[in-house]
Design a protein around this ligand. Sequence first.
Ligand code: NUP
Length: 213
Amino acid sequence: MKRGTGLIVALDEINVHQAIELSRTLKMADALKVGYPFVLRNDMGMVRDLASRNKVVCDFKVADIPNTNRQIVEEAFKSGASAVIVHAFTGRDSLKQCIKTANDFGGEIFCIVEMSHPGSKQFMDKSTDEMAKMVVEEGAHGVIAPGNKPNRIRHIRSMVGDLQIMAPGIGKQGGNAREAIDAGADFVIVGRSICQALKPLDVARKIVAEIGK
Ligand code: NUP
């Protein structure tokens, strides 16, 4: 993904009108991220609409057998997504399929190797290194690393070389944009702190200024 301001805005708890409004207002964002809350509440047509104005990252946490992964990733790129977020824990064959499909569409795959919520420790964090190694070997475009754990971003950066890192967990989940970027993230993903603010543009500008310091 082309890095401009380094801000990606997650559109989760908002309705269609707010989404359209935000997509027009938050032009400084490098991308808008949509996930299940957004597409289940609206539909993939809305993704197409957003993609006509902004870069869109589909956070579908794809985690299935290769044949199903292919179909999910295809639908996302057909709807105009620039990148799709997938899980790495389902293994090499599933990941390979996602990357192959993305390459067919000229899109990008970002793999989750560790998450920002406390439960990530229970299973996922034990396999972060192995997953990061596989993601590099398979030629994914980037990874998702926890933005509220700068030490873990630093570690993941040391594992993935120059792959891009997107870091969610900023604001509401306790992370700080500047610290995440200093630790090695290329992008911070921010949802509620911007979308639920009275003045989303002001908050977005503040975060962009923080990143740019
Ligand atoms: O580890 C992750 N943490 C996380 O919060 C991986 C994610 N994809 N996310 C997503 O980032 C989460 O689903 C939400 O869409 C966004 C963070 O939103 P907020 O906590 O800034 O509101």
